[in-house]
Design a protein around this ligand. Structure first.
Ligand SMILES: *Cc1c(COP(=O)(O)O)cnc(C)c1O
Length: 453
């Protein structure tokens, strides 16, 4: 369709295209990989090289690539109504149906949806909505939102402020006021001599300390990913979420579970909140909502918050041109239908999840691997210099980047978060494809170890 050679595409890319999260000088030197085609769990580049996509794109292609049902739903909707807005008392059938479907899957007390175009917009909506909610309740001082260091909540100004990524805060003077951060439940790095359970309680208790320091009357909400994704697939100890939940209840702080990655089957449950049995007030979602086929996000809202907004909020002065976009909504409806009809979420819990977990944990015996962890189909391994002492390499990130590049050369997409290698494959992955993923991963770990150990 696009009549260019690989060299021409790379050349035009260099000249005109500034990529997200990219060192521009380096990319100019090295040139980009042009991905042209995908099917199931596989990608192909412009040179015909095949990759097993261990990351489901960017944590999002849950149903896998090449699903005609979504293509057909989108095509039909494009012909019928390619766009209309949801402002001024308007709605459209796919957006209404999607709201019904999402709330039928969400926890029982969450029956309302606000649509956005992305996870970042969902988290911007969270910031505005929780502050507006508390002001409507006659508690306008409840403005501060507590988040965690090394959290990822997106890249807009508010979402990056909620996030706890230092390199992001360093650019553009973030975070914005009234967003503060506590420590993350990263036992392998920070747990020291404590058991994971002791450590989980200890870091959760930082929430209470922070609330007391700020004054509960000034705190609007706590936000956390049930499992941190971009931070390196940080799976919290079992004690962590129950403690966080009870502290939020004690001080009447809204609990926001950022489900952008965990939502729609990643953990083997519909939501990470189901997996950890937490009861959030708001759940930002995106990614797996449409399996990335088209951009769409949303915030799922509890009856308590929605009722407050309806009764006392007046007009909510917030929304996006593409909120409830009919074609994106049609893609999401078709995507959720596939997940439901094919029992994909249960299959993760009962079949492919346990199968991949068993093989993944065998990687922990590799000389380079300090820890393996996985829930459902989201996991990580820590690449370390010394397994016994849990010590990382000196220039944190270099070995991870090397390993990632070796993986790409060998036809496997794994992502590096510093020296933590993470995977989050499409939920449609089969046992045979899991075998292939693992054998490619072992080969790449061996090649990496040869260079660094
Ligand atoms: C990706 C991500 C976001 C941001 O979503 P975008 O669609 O990239 O804006 C927010 N929260 C979490 C947990 C994410 O992983």
């Amino acid at each position: 369709m696009y009549n260019y050679t690989t060299e021409q595409l790379q050349d035009l890319d260099r000249k005109h295209y500034l990529h997200p999260f990219t060192d521009y000088k380096k990319l100019k030197e090295e040139g980009s990989r042009i991905i042209t085609r995908a099917d199931g769990v596989y990608l192909w580049d412009s040179e015909g090289k095949q990759y097993l996509d261990g990351m489901a794109g960017l944590w999002c292609v849950n149903v896998g690539y090449g699903r005609d049902e979504i293509v057909e739903a989108v095509t039909a909707q494009m012909r019928e109504l390619p766009y209309y807005n949801s402002f001024f008392k308007s709605a459209n059938p796919p957006a209404v149906e999607l709201a019904r479907m999402i709330t039928s899957l969400a926890p029982a007390h969450m029956n309302h949806v606000f649509f956005t175009g992305s996870g970042s917009e969902s988290n911007d909506t969270v910031v505005r909505m929780v502050r507006h909610y508390w002001a409507s309740e006659g508690q306008p001082n409840r403005k501060t939102i507590i988040s965690r260091h090394n959290a990822y909540h997106g890249s807009t100004v508010a979402a990056a402020s909620l996030g706890g990524m230092k390199p992001m805060h360093a650019q553009g003077g973030l975070p914005i006021p009234d967003i503060v951060h506590i420590n993350q439940p990263y036992w392998y790095q920070d747990g020291g001599d404590l058991s994971p359970e002791e450590f989980g309680t200890k870091v959760a208790d930082e929430l209470e300390e922070k609330i007391l320091q700020l004054g509960a009357e000034n705190v609007a909400a706590f936000i956390g990913e049930p499992i941190q994704g971009a931070g390196g697939v940080i799976i919290p100890p079992s004690t962590y979420w129950p403690r966080i939940q009870s502290i939020c209840e004690k001080y009447d702080i809204l609990l926001v579970a950022d489900e952008v990655i965990c939502g729609f089957g990643r953990t083997g449950k519909w939501f990470g909140s189901d997996y950890y049995e937490i009861t959030p007030d708001l759940m930002p979602i995106a990614k797996g909502l449409s399996s990335g086929y088209l951009p769409i996000g949303a915030v799922i809202i509890s009856d308590r918050v929605a009722d407050g907004l309806v009764d006392k909020g007046g007009e909510f002065n917030h929304g996006f041109t593409y909120s409830g976009h009919p074609v994106a909504a049609a893609a999401a409806v078709a995507n959720l239908s596939i997940l439901i009809d094919e029992g994909m979420v249960d299959n993760v819990a009962e079949n492919t999840g346990p199968y991949l977990q068993e093989k993944w944990h065998e990687l922990a015996s590799h000389p380079l691997v300090g820890e393996s962890r996985m829930v459902g189909l989201i996991g990580a391994i820590e690449l370390v210099k010394d397994k016994q002492t849990r010590s990382f390499f000196e220039d944190r990130g270099d070995v991870g980047t090397l390993c990632r590049d070796i993986c790409i050369e060998n036809g496997l997409v794994m992502r590096a978060c510093d020296d933590t290698m993470v995977i989050s494959p499409p939920l449609c992955i089969t046992q045979a494809e899991i075998d292939e993923l693992i054998s490619r991963a072992i080969k790449c770990l061996d090649l990496t170890a040869e260079k660094v150990l």
